[in-house]
Design a protein around this ligand. Structure first.
Ligand SMILES: [Zn+2]
Length: 278
C-alpha cells in the first residue's frame, strides 16, 4: 500500500507559484523547424490531434503510424540528428559530456555496449524535454468552445512521465485536472496534451502542478481550476531517501476550488471514486 504525503500545497492550500511567469516561459522555438526530426515529430504529436494535418501536409492516423512504427523506430536509431547549436552531432558537446561521465564513473566509453550511448542519451533527452518546444497556441488552437455549461469538468488518471530537475531522474504518475467553465470549455483531448507539454521538461512536481492550473486559468478564464498530481520519484526511490512506493501528492487550486469548500470536496470525491469501467 503506497504511503501518501501531501505536498507543500496541502488540500486547499495554494502552492507558491514558483517561477511561473508567462513572459519567461520558454517560448516556442522560432526555429522549431530546425529541431531534430524525432523531436519535431513529438512536438507535433503533442500540438495536434491524430488525423489533423501535420505542418508538412502529411495526415497522420493510427493506421499509418501502426504500419510504419517499426520502420520508423529503426530509422530513428540510424538517422543522424540534425539541428542547431548544442544539438549538433556527431561528437557534439552533449555526446562529449556523456562520454566524460562514462569515463568519470570508471567505464570504458569505447566498449561495444557503450559505443552508441552518448548519441542515444542525447537523442533521449531531446525527446524527454520536447515540451519546451510545444507552441501552446497551436496546442489549444480551435479547441476552445463557447458553451453555457457551469458544472465541474473532471479529467483524471492522465498518465505522465517527467524528469526531476534536481537529479535528471524520472518521476511519473497521474494527473487529475478539473475546472468549472465560465462560458468557455476546452476540447477534452487537449487536457492530457497540456499535461504532456509541461511533463516533457525538467520539472519539480509542485511547479508542474501549478503550471497546468495556471495555463487553464489563463486560457479559459474559468470560475475555478483544480489540479492534483500523484507521482513516484525515482530519485527518492532509488536513492533510498524515502521508502519505495512512496507517492507524492501535490495540488493547485484556483478560483472556486480555492474559495469554496464544497467545490473542493466535490473535486476530491471525484478522485476517490473508481472509474465505472473498472
Ligand atoms: Zn530528484
Amino acid at each position: 500500500m503506497a504511503a501518501r504525503r501531501l505536498g507543500s500545497a496541502g488540500r486547499g492550500g495554494l502552492i507558491a507559484r514558483p517561477g511561473y511567469d508567462p513572459r519567461t516561459m520558454p517560448s516556442p522555438d522560432a526555429s522549431s523547424a530546425d529541431l531534430p526530426e524525432h523531436v519535431r515529430k513529438l512536438v507535433t504529436e503533442i500540438e495536434r490531434e491524430i488525423g489533423e494535418d501535420a505542418p508538412d501536409g502529411h495526415v497522420r492516423d493510427g493506421r499509418d503510424r501502426g504500419e510504419t512504427a517499426g520502420d520508423a523506430a529503426e530509422a530513428e536509431l540510424t538517422r543522424p540528428i540534425v539541428g542547431h547549436g548544442s544539438l549538433h552531432t556527431p561528437h557534439g558537446p552533449v555526446e562529449e559530456a556523456v562520454r566524460e561521465i562514462l569515463v568519470e564513473i570508471g567505464e570504458d566509453p569505447d566498449r561495444q555496449g557503450l559505443k552508441g550511448t552518448p548519441d542515444r542519451v542525447h537523442r533521449m533527452y531531446a525527446e524527454l524535454t520536447a515540451g519546451y518546444h510545444v507552441d501552446p497556441d497551436r496546442l489549444v488552437n480551435g479547441a476552445v468552445f463557447d458553451v453555457e455549461y457551469s458544472e465541474m469538468v473532471v479529467v483524471k488518471d492522465i498518465p505522465f512521465y517527467s524528469l526531476c530537475e534536481h537529479h535528471l531522474l524520472p518521476f511519473f504518475g497521474t494527473a487529475a485536472v478539473a475546472y468549472i467553465p465560465r462560458g468557455k470549455v476546452i476540447g477534452l483531448s487537449k487536457i492530457p496534451r497540456i499535461v504532456e507539454m509541461y511533463a516533457r521538461r525538467l520539472q519539480v512536481q509542485e511547479r508542474m502542478t501549478q503550471q497546468i492550473a495556471d495555463f487553464l486559468n489563463d486560457r479559459l478564464g474559468p470560475q475555478g481550476v483544480g489540479v492534483v498530481i500523484e507521482a513516484n520519484h525515482l530519485c527518492a526511490v532509488m536513492r533510498g531517501i524515502r521508502k519505495p512506493g512512496t507517492v507524492m501528492t501535490t495540488s493547485a487550486v484556483l478560483g472556486l476550488f480555492r474559495s469554496r469548500d464544497r467545490t473542493r470536496a466535490e473535486f476530491f470525491s471525484h478522485l476517490e471514486r473508481r472509474s465505472p469501467f473498472e
